[in-house]
Design a binder for this molecule. Structure first.
Ligand code: PEP
Ligand code: MN
Length: 338
């Protein structure tokens, strides 16, 4: 349920309503907009209805949200969310945010070299996995905390902010120590306990879409994080499983405008995993921007054939530089900057 207050409603009136809702054992979420404040109430509709909310001072109207995701919905917040990462990168603003780097962190030197080259091309964030979700237990599993240290070192030396995947609740404190954005991967998108734990932090979360998850399920997962109090959620379309085998996954470009019509959360696209083919990454990056994406996540490697993981979809640094130039033209055409 959403309680819409009159423009200029006093803080004491807001506090009074919040207090009444809390007394019922429910959780109120106050969103202070430019024009008016709204209060979201999550819980049993029947319980909330026991309060004569329409009659409370300062209340303009009371609306019922029928969608199962509430805090993530545009009913709760009409203006797009801008997620601030570190001290100055904003995801969801006019400027597109590109996160680039290797699939896995391999060595400190390699990561630093890639960080320097992607920064030169215009990336604002460095990606790299230290905890890797691999299909085979015999494949490289990542460097763990050692990799996170390399990531932090690359941030210190280049100024790039860093995003890295968290796979297990037991590693939360370790990842929190080094990361600017916590990535929840496709395979963990419905690990609800993990979602709740990152929801209890204030750290921005990059939530990737599960390979067999609908848009509604994707938003329900975001809702898990929001409902714990962390509104710093960035959604990432990274391809879903279909009958097609030419590409590794089928990048659901529809998801970008679909999500934009349903949620205020920013949406970025990962064309590397979405295609599994480096030769398609440039075209799909441009398509994503044209469709309204707020950013891109791209895998880059100095020698893809030697990569510990995902070499087939990793771009050489010079290909990444070209992508950034090509993508900037599309960004300009749709009123965005890079
Ligand atoms: C990744 O970004 O390294 C990754 C494993 O992605 P996904 O979870 O989308 O497969
Ligand atoms: Mn990868």
């Amino acid at each position: 349920m959403i309680i819409v207050l009159k423009p200029g409603a006093a803080k004491t009136q807001v506090d009074h309503i919040v207090e009444k809702i809390e007394k019922l054992g429910l959780k109120p979420w106050v969103s202070e907009g430019v024009e008016r404040t709204i209060i979201g109430v999550i819980g049993e509709e029947d319980v909330v209805r026991t309060l004569p909310l329409e009659g409370f001072p300062g209340v303009e109207k009371v609306l019922t949200i029928l969608k199962p995701y509430k805090l993530a919905s545009l009913d709760y917040q009409k203006t797009p969310s801008e997620i601030t990462v570190g001290k100055g990168v904003i995801v969801g603003g006019k400027r597109l945010v590109v996160m680039a780097g290797p699939c896995s962190i391999e060595t400190g030197q390699m990561l630093l070299d890639i960080a320097r080259t992607v920064k030169k091309s215009g990336a604002l964030m460095l990606r790299g996995g230290a905890f890797k979700p691999r299909t085979s237990p015999y494949s490289f599993q990542g460097l763990g905390e050692e990799g996170l240290k390399y990531l932090a070192e690359a941030r210190d030396k280049t100024g790039l902010l860093v995003v890295t995947e968290l796979m297990d609740i037991r590693e939360l404190d370790t990842v929190l120590k080094y990361a600017d954005v916590i990535q929840i991967g496709a395979r963990n998108m419905q690990n609800f306990d993990l979602l709740k734990e990152v929801g209890k932090t204030k750290k921005p979360v990059l939530l990737k879409r599960g390979i067999a998850c609908t848009i509604k399920e994707f938003l329900m997962s975001a809702e898990y994080i929001l409902s714990e109090g962390n509104f710093n959620v960035i959604l990432c379309e990274r391809g879903i499983r279909t009958f097609e085998t030419f590409t590794r996954f089928t990048l659901d470009i529809n998801a970008v405008p679909a999500l934009k019509s349903l949620t205020h959360l920013p949406v970025i696209v990962d064309p590397s995993h979405g295609t599994g083919r480096w030769g398609m990454v440039n075209a799909i990056s441009r398509a994503a921007i044209a469709a309204g994406a707020d950013g891109l996540m791209i895998e880059v490697h100095p020698s893809p054939e030697d990569a510990f993981s995902d070499g087939d979809q990793s771009l050489l640094p010079e290909k990444f530089a070209q992508l950034m130039k090509d993508a900037a033209k599309v960004a300009k055409a749709v009123g965005r900057t890079m």
